[in-house]
Design a protein around this ligand. Sequence first.
Ligand SMILES: NC(=O)c1ccc[n+]([C@@H]2O[C@H](COP(=O)([O-])OP(=O)(O)OC[C@H]3O[C@@H](n4cnc5c(N)ncnc54)[C@H](OP(=O)(O)O)[C@@H]3O)[C@@H](O)[C@H]2O)c1
Length: 259
Amino acid sequence: MQMRALVTGASAGLGAEFARQLAADGFALVLVARSADRLRELAAELPALGAADVEVLPADLTDEAGLERVAARLQDAARPVDVLVNNAGHAVAEPFHASAIADERAMHELLTWVPLRLAHAALPGMRERGRGGILNVASLAGRLPSGSYAAAKAQVIALSHALDARYRRDGVTVTALLPGFVATEFHERMGVAADTVPRAGWADAPTVVREGLAALRRRRGVVVSDWRYRLAAPLLPLVPSRLIAGFGLGARIERGSGR
Ligand SMILES: NC(=O)c1ccc[n+]([C@@H]2O[C@H](COP(=O)([O-])OP(=O)(O)OC[C@H]3O[C@@H](n4cnc5c(N)ncnc54)[C@H](OP(=O)(O)O)[C@@H]3O)[C@@H](O)[C@H]2O)c1
């Protein structure tokens, strides 16, 4: 049976890697991001990897009309989507006291409202078919008291838990993927130099994506990726919040700048 996945933020970083690995698994794909040209380039690459069919769906997910176009695609029963990867994301570079509120709102919407809206669109069909998976790309930062990005990621972890607990019995798995630092365009887009984080701290996108997809297949509710962050994760609750905030440790987890 032909399986289909929709990946948001597929034009770069983790999203492009999700598309490649899902293509290699034989999935048909729907690629979503703002950069139509980059999506088309990726789409041209995917059939050779194994994708049966590739749709390009350019959309700004922080724009109501763009988001609703993607929601409508997820609700199209004639071309069902079996796996939704809620991956698109960015972070506000400035600390909370100095950021523009419009930037905070755009980030908050992209990281929390968009995954909720798209899960809401995808779930009824998955439930009806008795199978489906939603992979929400959160962050290990969501377990730290480190700014509004971390708070938004905490929210998507909570949403994943809540939906997984409720819909698992209907055959739908909702998995939260919690990476630490990953080498993508994420930090560059924020204007943060890669060398702010020691080389040994960077996970690579193929590993993080492989572990995320394996967790979804095994119907796990949450996965921390990669191994170095799995080792660190149990220690995080032992670090006092003041220390994390005061020394910019939490901020470094995503911003790599310690500002
Ligand atoms: N890299 C890390 O260290 C790290 C760590 C933990 C979690 N994460 C999370 O991983 C996810 C993927 O990030 P990444 O590291 O792969 O970053 P990336 O390389 O910067 O890719 C971000 C993707 O999101 C898309 N995007 C951004 N704003 C969008 C919008 N308004 N509408 C639609 N698409 C949008 C971008 O495409 P366009 O610009 O073409 O729209 C791009 O495809 C994010 O949720 C991020 O928070 C990253």
